[in-house]
Design a protein around this ligand. Structure first.
Ligand code: NAP
Ligand code: ZN
Ligand code: ZN
Length: 351
C-alpha cells in the first residue's frame, strides 16, 4: 500500500515528502489511518543521528492516534472505524520473561522490541513511524482509546510522553504521602506533572524556564522551582521520595540527588545524546540514594495509563502543526519553546 510520509534521507537533510510501502494487514494486523501524531524529542534525536544507529530514510513518529481501516481475520479486539493508538513499539519476541510479564519494552529477544520507527522490519529494511497517513500494526501493540473525539489530538502524546512518565511513577509508588519531583517541563515533563498530581503525590516541578512557573502550577504542580536558582533548590534538600528527570540534554545530576531523602530515587528518562557529568558518589552513599532509569512502558500498563487519563480527563497541552512545518517545530523544541507538545494534524499530509 503506497503511503504518503515525511522522511529524513540523512542526519543533515531536513524532513521532506516521501512515499513508503505499508503491508496489507495479515491475520493479526490492524491497518490504521493516522489522524494525529505527536512530536517527541526522540524523533529529533533519531532523525538527526544524535543516537547511534539511525537507518535512512527515517520516518519518525511514535505518538499515533488513528482510525481502524481494516483488520485481519484473527483480530479480536478491534473493528473498522474504531479509534486506536500506537506508541513506541510495534513488536517484540512475545516469549521471553519480560514479554510474558507485559514489559515488552525490556524484551530479551535477539533484537529487543521493534521500534515503531527505526526498528528492524526484516530483510535489512527499517520500520517507518507516524509521520505518515497510515500504518499496519499487530493488534497486540494497538491501544484502545476512550477519550472524547474532540480530545484525540491531545491524546496522541500520551502514547509516548504519557507512558514514559506513568510507568516510573507507578513503579516507584507515586501517590498520597509521597513527594515527587518532575525535572524539565517539556513534552514528557508536563504530562508527568499532571499524572503525579492525579496520583495524589505532592508534586514539585523543576524548570530552567522562569516563564513556565505559572503554567506548571496550572498543570498540577504544588510547588515550582527554578532549578538554576540555588536558594530555591536548597529549600528542598533531603526531602524527595522520587525525582523523575526528563531533560533531553546533559546536565548536573548532583543538584537533584542532593534533594532526595534517605532511600530516595532519581529516575532518568531523558536520553541526551552525550553523557551527564559523572554523579558524586558521596551524595548517593550518604543517604542510600539511588539513580535509576526507565524506558517507556509495557502495552498493558500503556492501556492502564490511557484508561486512567480518560477517567481523570487528562490529555496533553498541545500546539497543532501541519506536517510541512515540522522543521520549524524542531527548532522551537530545541529552544524549549513549546507549550507543551507539538502534534501533527495528518490531514495536512493528505492535502
Ligand atoms: P522536550 O519537550 O524537548 O522537553 C525537554 C525539557 O527539558 C525542556 O522543555 C526543558 O524544560 C528541559 N531542558 C532542555 N534542555 C535543557 C538543558 N540544557 N538543561 C536543563 N534542562 C533542559 O523533550 P521530550 O519530548 O519531553 O523528551 C525529553 C527526553 O526524554 C528526550 O531526551 C527524549 O529522547 C527522552 N525520551 C525518553 C524516553 C524513555 O523511554 N526513557 C521516552 C521518550 C522520550 P524546562 O524549560 O522546563 O527546563
Ligand atoms: Zn517518544
Ligand atoms: Zn521478549
Amino acid at each position: 500500500m503506497q503511503t504518503k510520509a515525511y522522511a529524513a534521507q540523512s542526519a543533515t537533510t531536513p524532513l521532506a515528502p516521501h512515499t513508503i510501502d505499508r503491508r496489507a494487514p495479515g491475520p493479526k494486523d490492524v491497518a490504521i489511518e493516522i489522524l494525529f501524531c505527536g512530536v517527541c524529542h526522540s524523533d529529533l534525536h533519531t532523525v538527526r543521528g544524535e543516537w547511534q544507529g539511525t537507518m535512512y530514510p527515517c520516518v519518525p513518529g511514535h505518538e499515533i492516534v488513528g482510525k481502524v481501516m481494516a483488520v485481519g481475520k484473527e483480530v479480536s479486539h478491534f473493528r473498522p472505524g474504531q479509534i486506536v493508538g500506537v506508541g513506541v513499539m510495534v513488536d517484540s519476541c512475545r516469549t521471553c520473561a519480560q514479554c510474558r510479564e507485559g514489559l515488552e519494552q525490556y524484551c530479551d529477544g535477539p533484537v529487543g522490541f521493534t521500534g515503531t520507527y527505526n526498528g528492524s522490519a526484516g530483510g535489512g529494511t527499517n520500520t517507518y513511524g507516524g509521520y505518515s497517513t497510515s500504518i499496519t500494526v499487530d493488534e497486540h501493540f494497538v491501544l484502545s482509546i476512550d477519550h472524547a473525539e474532540k480530545d484525540l489530538a491531545a491524546v496522541a502524546p500520551l502514547l509516548c510522553a504519557g507512558i514514559t512518565t506513568w510507568s516510573p511513577l507507578r513503579h516507584w509508588d507515586a501517590g498520597p504521602g509521597k513527594k515527587v519531583g518532575i525535572v524539565g517541563i517539556g513534552g514528557l515533563g508536563h504530562v508527568g506533572v499532571k499524572l503525579s498530581h492525579a496520583l495524589g503525590a505532592h508534586t514539585v516541578a523543576f524548570t530552567t524556564s522562569p516563564d513556565k512557573v505559572a503554567d506548571a502550577k496550572t498543570l498540577g504542580a504544588d510547588e515550582v522551582v527554578v532549578s538554576r536558582d540555588e536558594a530555591q533548590m536548597k529549600q528542598h534538600l533531603n526531602s524527595f521520595d522520587m525525582i523523575l528527570d526528563t531533560v533531553s540534554a546533559p546536565h548536573n545530576l548532583d543538584a537533584f540527588t542532593a534533594l532526595l531523602k534517605r532511600d530516595g530515587t532519581l529516575v532518568l528518562v531523558g536520553a541526551p545524546p552525550t553523557p551527564h557529568p559523572s554523579p558524586a558518589v558521596y551524595l548517593l552513599t550518604a543517604r542510600r540514594r539511588a539513580i535509576a532509569g526507565s524506558m517507556i512502558g509495557g502495552i498493558a500498563e500503556t492501556q492502564e495509563m490511557l484508561n486512567f487519563c480518560a477517567k481523570h480527563g487528562i490529555t496533553s497541552d498541545i500546539e497543532m502543526i501541519k506536517m510541512q512545518d515540522i522543521e520549524k517545530a524542531y527548532a522551537r523544541m530545541l529552544k524549549s519553546d513549546v507549550k507543551y507538545r507539538f502534534v501533527i494534524d495528518m490531514a495536512s499530509l493528505k492535502e
